[in-house]
Design a protein around this ligand. Structure first.
Ligand code: PLP
Length: 469
């Protein structure tokens, strides 16, 4: 048996590794400093393994094997940290996976303004300075029925801005049943405190009546706030004051109504067999003065906070210096405009905006896609796993439609020679990483959230994992 000393002596010098042709080829696309750092680290790791009596030290000392390790490490060091992944979890708006996938038109719009100059703040008719919000304001009005609108960084920013502009130093009345917390620590009471407005809670967790609001409104009340309970439901012995009632009270008392809708919905989901969620247009039609919502939840666009409402209030909001701090960049505006344009034709919106398409996709289509994936897996790894199609549910996610279980077909995989956890981990570590759902001893792939070409990548990955054992 080779002694530790002789194993250490067999390790090639860094210089020898760097002279290897495969390593030299790397230099065309990778910085020299990274390559030599990778080589040093690999040799150091081997040295440590040998000193600790690692049993595989011997075979790994072969130069070719070491070059393999260096190449792999160089790729790991130089690939982007933020990169695409394949979402086979069936959660359409997965906040950890970047929420909404943009429509092709939106991606193209970003691409056009990113690598070129644009008329971001230039009025091409007059040649004079314009505003960045002008590109979307008319579309927002047309699609929501509101007089005016703008977008900021996200809905959290939108709520902060509305409260700060319209209620700083004054009181905002909200039901105790609507003091929501959204993932990523957005909490209504905290945002309220940051805005400088004072929260006045009315009613109870399960029941709030119109008289609760009536009894509370006073001279100092700047807003009546309604928050959509996007990510939870209060059920049982409950009552809530409707938007219509709140608007009526607001008119009587001369206090504007502000609604935080959460998910920005512009279509009637009820038409597609999914629970009806209040749309922005419905709130505006009911007479709500200002509505805010997210751009990257059910709206299916870029991360943004959409604010629409009366010209009078929106113009106050635009003048708030905080708006400048929360302003969106040209990429967001480009994607937002393109997405809004798709909504001008609802049929187009539902087929071209991935979020809407995924939520409304017919079950028969999901069944076909599941069969196709299962077939591909049968071809590649039939003898190594039990592959089945089972019925199950997908979820909307992103703190929207919390009770909605969307029926789907799942491809279930039970590997025969490794645990399902090991398989899941390996899939997550290939390029592009694949995220699937573990349920008991099975790995589940939901075609609902898979995009064109994902099936072949998943099949290829699984074949590779099985080959390598
Ligand atoms: C999601 C949500 C927010 C926060 O929106 P972001 O765009 O994530 O900042 C605020 N309020 C409600 C009701 C929400 O559902």
């Amino acid at each position: 048996m080779a002694t530790k000393q002789s194993l250490l002596r067999q390790l090639p010098a860094i210089g020898v590794i760097l002279e290897n042709n495969r390593i030299k080829d790397l230099q065309a696309n990778h910085p020299h400093s990274v390559i030599s750092e990778a080589a040093s680290e690999v040799v150091q790791d081997l040295r440590d393994t040998i000193l600790q009596g690692g049993d595989r030290g011997n075979e790994k000392c072969e130069v070719n094997a070491i070059v393999d390790m260096v190449v792999k490490r160089v790729y790991e060091k130089t690939r982007p940290s933020l990169r695409r992944v394949i979402n086979a979890t069936g959660i359409v708006l997965h906040t950890n996976l970047g929420r909404a996938v943009l429509a092709k038109e939106a991606v193209k719009a970003i691409n056009d303004v990113a690598g070129n100059y644009s008329n971001l703040e230039l009025d091409l008719h007059t040649g004079e300075r314009g505003t960045r919000y002008s590109h979307i304001e008319e579309l927002l009005s047309r699609l929501t029925g509101a007089e005016a609108g703008l977008v900021v960084n996200n809905n959290a920013a939108a709520v902060l801005l509305v409260l700060n502009t319209l209620a700083k130093g004054k009181k905002v009345v909200v039901s105790r049943g609507q003091l929501v917390e959204i993932g990523g620590s957005f909490r209504i009471p905290d945002v309220m405190a940051q805005s400088g407005a004072a929260l006045v809670e009315v009613g109870t967790t399960n029941k709030t009546h119109l008289r609760d609001y009536e009894n509370t409104v006073c001279e100092d009340t700047a807003l009546l706030l309604k928050v959509h309970t996007s990510n939870y439901r209060i059920i049982g012995f409950t009552s809530e004051v409707s938007v219509q009632e709140l608007v009526k009270l607001g008119l009587e008392k001369g206090v504007p109504v502000f609604e935080d809708l959460g998910s920005g919905i512009l279509i009637d989901f009820g038409r597609y067999g999914i629970t009806h969620e209040p749309t922005v247009r419905e709130s505006i039609a009911a007479g709500v003065d200002v509505v805010t919502c997210s751009g990257d939840k059910l709206f299916g666009g870029p991360q943004a906070g959409i604010i629409v409402g009366s010209s009078e209030l929106i113009s106050k909001i635009k003048k708030n210096p905080l708006t400048r701090a929360l302003r969106v960049d040209k990429f967001t505006l480009a994607a937002m405009e393109a997405t809004l344009r798709l909504y001008l034709d609802e049929e187009k919106a539902v087929t071209e905006i991935p979020t809407l398409k995924m939520i409304t996709i017919p079950r028969s289509e999901l069944c076909l896609q599941a069969k196709y994936l299962a077939g591909r897996l049968q071809e590649k790894i039939r003898s190594e796993a039990v592959i089945e199609i089972i019925e199950g549910f997908s979820q909307v996610g992103g703190g929207a439609l919390p009770e909605e279980n969307l029926p789907t077909y799942l491809v279930s995989l039970s590997p025969s020679k490794m645990t399902v956890n090991v398989l899941e981990e390996k899939l997550r570590q290939l390029e592009p990483p694949v995220l699937a759902r573990i349920q008991r001893d099975r790995l589940l792939f939901d075609p609902r959230t898979m995009l064109d070409g994902d099936t072949d990548i998943i099949a290829g990955h699984l074949e590779k994992i099985i080959e390598m054992g």
